[in-house]
Design a protein around this ligand. Structure first.
Ligand SMILES: Nc1ncnc2c1ncn2[C@@H]1O[C@H](COP(=O)(O)OP(=O)(O)OP(=O)(O)O)[C@@H](O)[C@H]1O
Ligand SMILES: [Mg+2]
Length: 256
């Protein structure tokens, strides 16, 4: 079953083209990293898939995204934005919001247990009663990821989820995305750290100027690609069989 199909998606803000004829298909159980320069359209692509911005050309489980109600979509897709805004709500209540698409008026014991479980997974238990506007940047980022997991979606879209996180937490979040896909979910994660992506994701989509320039497994990760996408010369080494990209210098500084 195809979890996501994006077909000839073009999108513009105020007449300015942001995504140009983007097409790709994602099978259930895939873990994809989306990479590319600032302004390439990565966040816009996630917003189109999730329905935060209106667009044609997106199918979720082989039906047009528009054919689902907001509630139905919220049971299928969780979205972690690039920037999160804290509030006066506690961590517990914020994560409980993730249960809303599944919940009646009041949470059941199962809803509360799900919240407790994800707080445990992300090491947030001791913050449960703290307001989110009293958290550090990384703590807040984990709360937003916890809320997405509490949603128990089929598709997990995360936009630079490792921002603000320490090294150990970065690995934990990537493992969460990996486990989510191993258990039959679909993870699509926008990220800049190509080496972290190579360590965990199975497929890589490189975007530039609103277009997909490369899409495939780690074999597409070659020095020429980094010249083309970023204008940066790199060497690719292998550590324990995993490619590691080492930037050498910025070529074409005029392009920056
Ligand atoms: N609400 C908006 N209105 C107008 N233009 C926008 C809006 N949001 C984004 N853009 C523009 O769309 C382009 C793509 O933005 P997007 O946020 O998708 O890039 P990105 O690949 O996620 O970049 P980054 O790596 O910096 O997060 C940028 O040129 C940006 O200025
Ligand atoms: Mg972005």
């Amino acid at each position: 079953m195809k979890a996501v199909r994006v077909r000839n998606l073009s999108f513009s803000y105020n007449g300015v083209d942001i995504l140009r004829d983007v097409s790709f298909e994602v099978e259930e159980g895939e873990f994809i990293a989306v990479l590319g320069p600032n302004g390439a359209g990565k966040s816009t692509l996630l917003k189109c898939i999730s329905g935060i911005v209106e667009c044609n050309g997106v199918e979720i489980f082989e039906k047009p995204r528009q054919s689902y109600s907001r509630e139905e979509l919220a049971r299928l897709i969780a979205y972690v934005p690039q920037k999160s805004i804290p509030s006066f709500m506690t961590v517990f209540d914020t994560v409980l919001l993730g249960r809303k698409p599944h919940m009646g008026l009041t949470p059941t014991e199962n809803d509360l247990k799900t919240v407790r479980d994800v707080l445990e997974i992300l090491g947030l238990k001791r913050f449960a009663l703290k307001r989110t506007n009293q958290l550090s940047g990384g703590e807040l980022q984990k709360v937003v990821i916890a809320r997405a997991l509490a949603q128990e979606p089929k598709i997990l879209l995360m936009d630079e989820p490792t921002n603000n996180l320490d090294l150990k937490s970065q690995l934990e979040v990537m493992k969460i995305a990996e486990r989510f896909a191993d258990n039959g979910g679909t993870s699509i994660v926008v990220m800049h750290d190509v080496n972290l992506a190579l360590r965990f994701a199975k497929r890589f989509i490189f975007m530039k100027e609103g277009k997909i320039k490369a899409d495939g497994n780690f074999r597409i990760v070659k020095p020429d690609l980094f010249e083309e996408i970023y204008g940066v010369t790199v060497e690719i080494e292998r550590v324990n069989g995993i490619p590691v990209v080492v930037p050498l210098e910025t070529v074409r500084p005029d392009d920056v």
